[in-house]
Design a protein around this ligand. Structure first.
Ligand code: C2E
Ligand code: MG
Ligand code: MG
Length: 910
């Protein structure tokens, strides 16, 4: 068993290790899937967000580029008109100057050709570079010959309108942009320069100004990169370049985004340019990214907020998912581990495992069980396969009586929660083995059942037990077997709720057969009795020999006490049939039967046996050939017996006994011949107790040995005392029980009594019962011989009640025969009795024995005995047993009746 368990434990551990390895990898992958998936989703969310943001940005960028482009175009168109206007003015002036041979600007101003509000200033310079006329300047000694632009005109390098780079005005600090055109005389030689100046503001005013925001700008550049005018969204006009380094403006128009490094204020912008038609000029528009991306900002924030929220959610989901999956995996792992371990344990086990589920009807009554799981071993124990067995109903597996028995066991286990027992498998049981050890444990709404095949062990045990458990003589099971079996039978009866009977059978008077015919005959009778008892019970019942002439019968599955009565009757009558033993002689014994029933007379084997024993004693007490059922009051009777035994023991210790003496007289003369010592118990409470009330107990318990010694010594001492007192004593006969003989040491006792008292052996006689004489025990024979050799007379007491024959008695050298009072009683009115007594007396005389008639109560009996030549008589007619103090009077009287001429006239002394 231990080995089996450790084997299973080792297998389970192996599986656990394997499982741990593989499941660890699986569960780790599952747990990590959560952050993995969340990272992917997060990446997608962020990817989409960033893409969307970028798309929005590039959309706005494109829009900005487009807007900048169209603004640059519109600005360029506006500039074309403005510069054309200026160009027109210079052309007109040139024309007037060349056709009219001069100009009078003052006249023109007066005539209102130049509005006062006009921002244009027209100035004429002569061929040497002196200011000759001006719409705004005072003509004086202003000389501009050294100016580069003038030099260029003078050298004839300017063709048409020249747009100069901004410069400080001649008579103010203001910055201006100058447009110049050469003047020629009639010879086409250089004659001076017409100059129109405008403030940069003039060139930087733009009708779409409102569409510019703070950091936007517009600017006008010459093709060589010189900035002429610029204006920012703030409205400030700045002469300094809008760029840190001028970018390359390719083509006539275009647009591009530029980073902050291109601009002095480090603001990134989109820049668009457009060529001013007809002039070497470029309109440039810069739109601040900050401005045009303004709507994008909040949108971007919205996107980012969403992405962050999604990320937070994903992180939470990942953590929660990991925890959840880990938990789930852990639980699953645990469950799986358990399941695997369970299956490995049960599948590899040598025991059969079954899981059954209880089935109830609508009213919650347990009606059946369904087999929900089992192992291979379990299936093979039932002789089938696991697949076939699972799903089977209890009612399909079990049939007949076995179904109700097993169902009761299952039901019991459901109620009590646990049941375990060894079981000899009945033939109707589906288990295909002989012996099983089964354990049922309630598990939820069902039972977990373990069944171990213990047939082999049991068979081995059985072989061993059959040696130790059976009685050699009768081959019946013995006491040892009973002590083992009965508790199991009681338990089984308890579980199945059935009735069980324990019967005690005692053979009455068997002892006599044993004592008279010898042990061999006794054995023969016991064997025959055992066979008879066996023959009247069912094969399933058990007959046990407890020892001696005691048998026990166990009746199981008893339905009513009537069954038990029938069996008891059968046992008594079968035993009453004469037994032919000892070479064919017929002998009759009787049986007494005591019965105790489970559960009413006892809950355990010990109590049941005790009560059956008590009942058996009661049966014996109520006369032989009876049966008796246990009752509580019987127990009381037994208790009182035990009390008596104890009291008797005490009485011996404290010598509460007295001897009464009953005379034995000559049948004819009435002369005192002897006295029989009869013991009495002077009980402190009950008064004088007769021997029949305590001698049997003393015999049964063995106390008779001590009591016998007490009586022998008392009688001898008394006799010695009378003798010492000078009385004419007669012999005293002392009753000796068979048990004192078989115990041995009796002759030694009497020898010591004689020695102690100095009495002559002829003064002591011993009365022995007939049955005692017949014993084949060598001790008895030896004792008898030794007593005889001491010179002590031997009397056969109560002759006629036993089975001895006179011939046997003679062989034993008995001196006196005492005819039992039952025979004497028959002398009154029965001729048959008379004939019987006569035969006994005649035979005894022939064999040399004298005869005493006991229990002589009437004169008629005395007369018959006189007529039959009986030697001595004893009985109430002559004298009742008397206490010691009355004996001297009898001894004195000597003749207890005087013989008369006629028997009718006999005179009795009372
Ligand atoms: P027993 O040895 O046969 O003794 C004779 C019994 O018959 C005595 O009974 C006596 O009182 C009674 N008896 C005498 N004459 C008559 C009569 O005319 N009619 C009737 N009905 N009975 C008469 P007791 O004293 O009650 O003793 C009964 C038995 O007890 C004795 O039978 C003897 O077997 C036994 N017993 C008595 N004393 C002792 C003893 O010291 N040792 C042993 N082992 N047994 C004793
Ligand atoms: Mg006697
Ligand atoms: Mg007698």
């Amino acid at each position: 068993m231990h080995k089996l368990i450790s084997e299973n434990v080792r297998r389970v551990q192996l599986v656990r290790q394997e499982w741990k390895k593989s499941s660890y990898a699986i569960s780790r992958a599952r747990v990590l899937a959560w952050p993995g998936i969340c990272v992917v989703i997060g990446a997608v969310v962020w990817g989409v967000t960033v893409t969307r943001i970028e798309a929005e940005r590039s959309l706005l960028n494109d829009a900005a580029l487009q807007e900048a482009g169209s603004l640059a175009k519109a600005y360029s168109a506006q500039l074309t008109r403005s510069v054309e206007q200026l160009d027109q003015i210079t052309l007109n002036l040139q024309y007037f100057w060349e056709t009219a041979g001069g100009l009078n600007l003052e006249e023109q101003m007066r005539r209102g050709l130049y509005a006062k509000s006009s921002q244009l200033r027209v100035t004429l310079f002569d061929s040497r570079g002196h200011l000759s006329q001006s719409t705004s300047l005072r003509v004086g000694d202003i000389y501009i010959h050294d100016r580069d632009w003038f030099q260029q005109h003078m050298m004839g390098r300017v063709d048409g309108l020249r747009i100069n780079k901004p410069e400080i005005a001649l008579q103010s600090d203001a910055k201006v942009v100058r447009f110049t055109r050469s003047l020629a005389d009639r010879n086409r030689s250089f004659a001076g320069v017409i100059s129109v100046i405008v403030e940069p503001q003039y060139l930087a005013s733009f009708t779409d100004q409102e569409s510019l925001s703070r950091n936007d700008f517009i600017a006008l550049y010459r093709n060589d990169g010189e900035m002429l005018a610029s204006k920012s969204g703030k409205g400030t006009v700045d002469a300094s370049s809008m760029f840190t380094t001028l970018p390359a403006f390719q083509g006539t128009s275009g647009s591009m985004p530029l980073s902050g490094s291109w601009f002095p204020d480090s603001e990134p912008r989109v820049v668009a340019w457009h060529a001013v038609e007809g002039y070497p000029l470029l309109s440039v528009v810069g739109l601040s990214e900050q401005a045009y991306l303004e709507p994008f900002k909040s949108m971007r924030e919205d996107y980012l907020r969403f992405a962050f929220a999604a990320s937070a959610f994903l992180i939470f989901t990942a953590v929660f998912g990991m925890a959840f999956t880990a938990g789930l995996a852990w639980r699953k792992k645990q469950a799986e581990e358990l399941r695997k371990a369970y299956h490995l344990a049960i599948d590899g086990a040598r025991e059969g495992f079954y899981m059954v589920r209880a089935i109830y009807d609508g009213r919650s009554n347990l009606i059946d069980f369904a087999l929900v799981d089992c192992n291979e071993r379990g299936a093979s124990l039932v002789g089938t396969t696991k697949d076939r067995l699972i799903g089977t109903r209890f009612s399909q597996l079990f049939t007949g009586n076995e179904a109700s028995r097993a169902f009761a066991v299952f039901q019991n286990a459901m109620e009590a929660g646990f049941y375990e027992a060894e079981m000899k498998v009945p033939p109707e049981n589906p288990l295909k083995v002989n012996w099983v050890y089964q354990k049922l444990v309630r598990s939820g709404n069902g039972l977990a059942i373990t069944v171990r095949d213990i047939s082999e062990t049991k068979e081995h045990e059985e072989t061993l037990a059959s040696v130790a458990n059976s009685d050699e003589l009768t081959s019946l099971p013995n006491r040892h077997w009973l002590m083992h079996y009965l508790p199991l039978a009681v338990e089984k009866a308890r579980v199945t709720g059935s009735m069980l009977a324990v019967m005690f059978v005692d053979l009455d008077d068997f002892k006599i057969i044993n004592d008279t015919l010898g042990h061999a005959a006794g054995d023969e009778l016991l064997q025959a009795a055992a066979g008879r008892i066996r023959s009247v019970v069912r094969p399933t019942d058990h007959v046990v020999r407890l020892g001696g002439d005691e048998f026990t019968v166990i009746l199981e599955q008893v339905t009513s006490s009537d069954d038990v009565v029938r069996v008891a009757d059968r046992i008594i009558s079968t035993l009453h049939e004469p037994f032919l033993i000892a070479g064919g002689s017929s002998h009759v014994v009787y049986g007494s039967v005591g019965v105790s029933l489970f559960p009413e007379d006892g809950a355990d084997a010990k109590t049941l046996l005790k009560h059956a024993d008590i009942a058996m004693y009661a049966a014996k007490g109520s006369g032989k050939r009876h049966y008796c059922f246990f009752e509580e009051r019987l127990s009381e009777r037994l208790l009182s017996r035990m009390k008596n035994e104890k009291a008797l023991q005490q009485a011996i210790t404290f010598d509460e006994f007295e001897l009464y003496y009953q005379p034995r007289v000559d049948t004819y003369s009435g002369e005192l011949r002897s006295m029989e010592a009869l013991v009495r118990w002077r009980h402190p409470e009950r008064g004088m107790v007769p021997p029949m009330d305590f001698i049997p107990i003393a015999e049964e318990t063995g106390l008779i040995v001590a009591l016998g010694e007490l009586v022998a010594r008392k009688a001898c001492r008394q006799l010695a005392a009378w003798k010492a007192a000078g009385m004419r004593v007669v012999p005293v006969s002392i009753n000796v029980s068979p048990r004192q003989f078989s115990q041995g040491g009796l002759s030694a006792l009497f020898a010591s009594c004689l020695l102690e008292t100095g009495l002559d052996s002829s003064l002591v006689e011993i009365e022995v019962t007939e049955t005692c004489m017949m014993s084949e025990d060598s001790i008895v024979a030896e004792e008898l011989a030794e007593i005889e050799s001491l010179g002590i007379k031997l009397l056969v007491d109560d002759f006629g009640t036993g089975y001895s024959s006179l011939a046997q008695l003679q062989r034993l050298d008995m001196d006196v025969l005492k005819i039992d009072k039952a025979f004497t009683a028959q002398l009154d009115d029965s001729k048959e009795g008379e004939a019987l007594v006569m035969a006994v007396i005649s035979m005894a005389h022939v064999l040399g024995m004298s005869v005493v008639a006991e229990g002589v109560e009437t004169r008629q009996q005395l007369q018959v005995l006189q007529a039959l030549s009986c030697n001595e008589v004893q009985g109430y007619l002559i004298s009742r047993p008397v206490p010691a103090e009355e004996v001297p009077h009898i001894l004195d009287r000597r003749f207890l009746f005087t013989p008369a001429a006629s028997a009718r006239d006999e005179e009795f002394v009372r």
